[in-house]
Design a protein around this ligand. Structure first.
Ligand code: PLP
Length: 352
């Protein structure tokens, strides 16, 4: 009954999404605060009859708003149902076996090996430095069909400065695509979008799920030179020519325009993150320096799984990774100040 391809398919496993509210959920890097209150006004006045018609296939208003926000032209903007979808099209459009392996960090977003498997793209996991940072010089040493990395990286949370990315792009062959996945860019790292005019092989992928607190809307994007955007648009139009839906098109514009609100909530998250990191330091935890809305941390004598289980029993959901080399870490999403205070007290009690 199944195709032969199905036998080798290994899907991505997302973090737990419990259906009740009994846990303080700090396991999937959702924003601690709600989306712009202006979205509420829009939804309560929305004319439901408009759902009868297909949406604008070019999402013109949203593309214009995003282009303005990022300081690029609309021809440089591609919209998708989530950044996962943009990433999937990217893998299909730019990476293939004959030109070498795709390179990405050993510890990184676990969807990358899944897409590589799905599209039959050979890949190499590149070791991180001892401090868990990415050393891009290593990526120049072997023949590759492309490079993908999140900046900041996940689950480490560590950001590369844009000067490092620029230096790398200056040496990497311009006929191979470099994808920078900026899912967490709104929490303090430098965006590479300003480099796209200088590098025809740079594609920056982003999402409304984290910094814009709209994970349920499934809205993502990619930004690059026109040739790259046309290529992923061709892939998209071979799957589904009508994304993104009408609600996402409107809500995306409202979110982009409410800059002040998002600066406020994301600023609060960064402050809470930095304060919580200090609290963890004082309690003897070793935490990697984060420019995201999560922390990757460990405590000597405990495995990630043990920490996860003890916290779950106390009502907190965090995430651990059963992967050699990082199995003693847990990844903790930054919640509200109230949640983090209560987590701090629990961690102090459980792991002293
Ligand atoms: C590094 C990274 N990229 C992309 C995504 C996907 O985001 P979304 O599909 O919600 O846009 C995530 C989600 O957690 C992520 O951590």
């Amino acid at each position: 009954m199944l195709s032969e391809r199905m036998s080798s398919l290994t899907p991505y496993t997302p973090g737990e999404q419990p259906r009740d509210n009994t846990y303080i959920k700090l396991n999937t890097n959702e924003n601690a605060y709600g989306p712009s209150p202006k979205i509420h006004e829009f939804l309560s006045g929305f004319d439901i009859d408009r759902l009868r018609l297909y949406p604008d296939p070019l999402s013109r208003n949203l593309r214009q708003a995003l282009a303005d926000e990022k300081g690029v032209d609309t021809k440089n903007v591609f919209l998708s149902n989530s950044s996962d979808e943009a990433l999937s099209f990217t893998f299909y459009a730019f990476f293939d076996a004959p030109r070498g392996n795709l390179l990405f960090p050993t510890y990184t977003y676990s969807f990358y090996p899944v897409y590589a498997g799905f599209y039959d793209i050979p890949f190499t996991r590149m070791p991180l430095a001892d401090d868990y940072s990415i050393n891009l010089d290593d990526y120049l040493e072997s023949k590759s069909c492309g490079v993908i990395l999140p900046n900041p990286n996940a689950p480490t949370g560590i950001a590369l400065p844009i000067s490092e990315i620029k230096r790398f792009l200056d040496s990497y062959p311009q006929d191979r695509v470099v994808v920078i996945d900026e899912a967490y860019i709104d929490f303090g790292a430098e965006s590479s979008v300003s480099l796209i005019n200088d590098y025809p092989n740079l594609l920056v992928v982003g999402t409304f799920s984290k910094g814009k607190s709209l994970a349920a809307l499934r809205l993502g994007f990619a930004i690059g030179q026109e040739g790259l955007i046309q290529a992923i648009s061709t892939v998209k139009d071979s799957f589904n020519s009508y994304p993104v839906d009408i609600l996402a098109q409107h809500i995306g514009v409202i979110a982009i325009k409410d800059r002040e609100y998002y600066q406020e909530i994301n600023g609060k998250i960064m402050k809470t993150r930095d304060e919580f990191t200090k609290k963890l330091d004082a309690m003897g935890w070793k935490t990697l320096p984060s420019k995201t809305n999560f922390l990757f941390t460990r405590k000597a004598g405990w495995s990630g799984e043990e920490i996860y289980k003890k916290l779950k029993d106390s009502g907190f959901l965090v995430r651990y990774f059963n992967q050699e080399g990082i199995s003693d870490f847990v990844r903790i999403t930054i919640g509200t100040d109230k949640d983090m205070k209560s987590l701090e007290a629990t961690m102090d009690k459980l792991f002293s």
